[in-house]
Write a protein that binds this ligand. Structure first.
Ligand SMILES: N[C@@H](CCC(=O)N[C@@H](CSS)C(=O)NCC(=O)O)C(=O)O
Length: 310
């Protein structure tokens, strides 16, 4: 396997163009080669702060976590930040265009520095907020999978690690709802959040899963993605999906392995369920898919995306 890209946030000038600046924008530095951040960590204080910020997640002395909701498309957006790092670097997963102002206000109120606006996949039911965020906060980088064949500042793939401060997300490929679906999982390590947290996009929903009837969807692929990439995580790993239509907010791997009415079946049973969902096409699909192929910015320049160091 190729060496995983280590995307390390460093304080650099904001720039949104020029391919020659790519090495300035993402600095592939091993965390071990950097001096420790100049911050005195008082475990009790930082832990209690995190607890106050954290909604239904596990503990980490460094992680600030928020789950946000966009009600028209029933989409969850997630805000994560390393609040022990002096810059408080943050990222958003699956922001929606309609709630970008809310999300940016929250980022500012909490004193965070947003560095990545990430997509789990090319959504069909709403326009991503990642492009709009870039126009409002020009230093932010849009992120999506290379397999999605979309345009973004950063095209990522399985095995990459997305660093924000000393915390990171591991990238797992979970195709099946769309070809380019990714699941982001918090890091495995002593200073990373415990239990781990998996941001599954539409691959795995709570007691459900993403449909497989368009955008390169495949029930065979989705079944294998969930079983090989998500159900192999520790059972206490939290599941945070991109949507919920039933009022759920969080689940765990163990809970879904026991109670997911689709994915507890064998593959043939799963395929049969997926073939008979009889869902109507998302109302926004004809607008959302082309817009999301350019991370929500129809006029994004033609410059090539930065490649991730391997
Ligand atoms: N009614 C909504 C779309 C609902 C829908 O199709 N949701 C997708 C995820 S967004 S493409 C899905 O995979 N649902 C699975 C399920 O079992 O509900 C609209 O018109 O936007």
């Amino acid at each position: 396997m190729l060496r995983i890209g280590v995307l390390r946030f460093v304080a650099l000038p904001h720039s949104s163009s020029s391919s020659s600046s790519s090495s300035l924008l993402f600095n592939p530095i091993s965390p071990k080669s950097l001096p420790p951040p100049p911050v005195i960590r008082t475990k009790l204080v930082s832990r209690s702060r995190t607890m106050a910020y954290t909604a239904s997640s596990g503990s980490s002395s460094n992680l600030l976590f928020r789950q946000l909701f966009e009600k028209e498309s029933s989409t969850y957006t997630y805000l994560l930040a390393d609040v022990s790092h002096p810059d408080k670097p943050a990222l958003l997963i699956d922001p929606v265009d309609k709630t970008v102002d809310r999300d940016i206000s929250l980022v500012k109120e909490l004193g965070l520095k947003l560095i990545y606006a990430m997509n789990t996949h090319v959504h069909a039911d709403h326009v991503t907020g990642t492009g709009l965020i870039k126009t409002k906060l020009p230093g932010v980088k849009s992120v999506i999978s290379k397999a999605s064949k979309s345009k973004a500042d950063l095209l990522i793939e399985a095995g990459d690690k997305i660093y924000f401060g000393d915390l990171f997300l591991e990238v797992r490929a979970t195709p099946g709802h769309t070809l380019g679906c990714l699941t982001y999982v918090t890091g495995d390590g002593p200073d990373q959040p415990q239990p781990r947290m998996a941001f599954t996009g539409d691959a795995l929903l709570i007691r459900g899963c993403g449909r497989t009837d368009f955008q390169g969807g495949s029930s065979h692929q989705l079944y294998n993605s969930v079983h090989s990439q998500i159900f192999t995580l520790p059972k206490d790993t939290f599941i945070y999906p991109a949507h919920d239509y039933k009022g759920f907010t969080v689940s765990t791997v163990g809970e879904e392995m026991l109670y997911n009415p689709r994915l507890t079946k064998d593959e043939e049973g799963f395929k049969s369920i997926m073939e008979n969902l009889k869902l109507s096409y998302p109302k926004m699909i004809d607008i959302a898919v082309p817009a999301n192929m350019v991370c929500g910015l129809q006029d994004l320049s033609e410059r090539p995306a930065e490649s991730v160091a391997k």
